[in-house]
Design a protein around this ligand. Structure first.
Ligand code: SF4
Length: 82
């Protein structure tokens, strides 16, 4: 079986609640800030982020992005709406 990018995830073993904060606020001390700090050292950050964007993942921190950031990326990919 092909290796899965999740096998290299830096968040493995971390408290999942860190990655599903109640708020998207990512100021120092917030859960989202801690999650994004862990993501930034993750060797699969880009593939994780792409997976979350492509799959419409609309909850939690994935690839150092908040749900709002991923929605903005998806909107930008669609281009200007008429
Ligand atoms: S980028 Fe973040 S959420 Fe994605 S696998 Fe790595 S640590 Fe986990």
């Amino acid at each position: 079986m092909a290796p899965d990018w999740r096998d290299q995830a830096s968040c493995a073993g971390e408290d999942p609640e860190i990655f599903f904060p109640l708020s998207d606020s990512a100021s120092p001390g917030d859960e989202a800030f801690l999650a994004r700090t862990i993501c930034r050292r993750c060797p699969v950050l880009l593939v994780c982020r792409s997976w979350a964007i492509d799959h419409g993942e609309d909850d939690g921190i994935w690839g150092a992005t908040t749900a709002a950031q991923r929605r903005a990326i998806r909107r930008a990919r669609l281009g200007p709406q008429k």
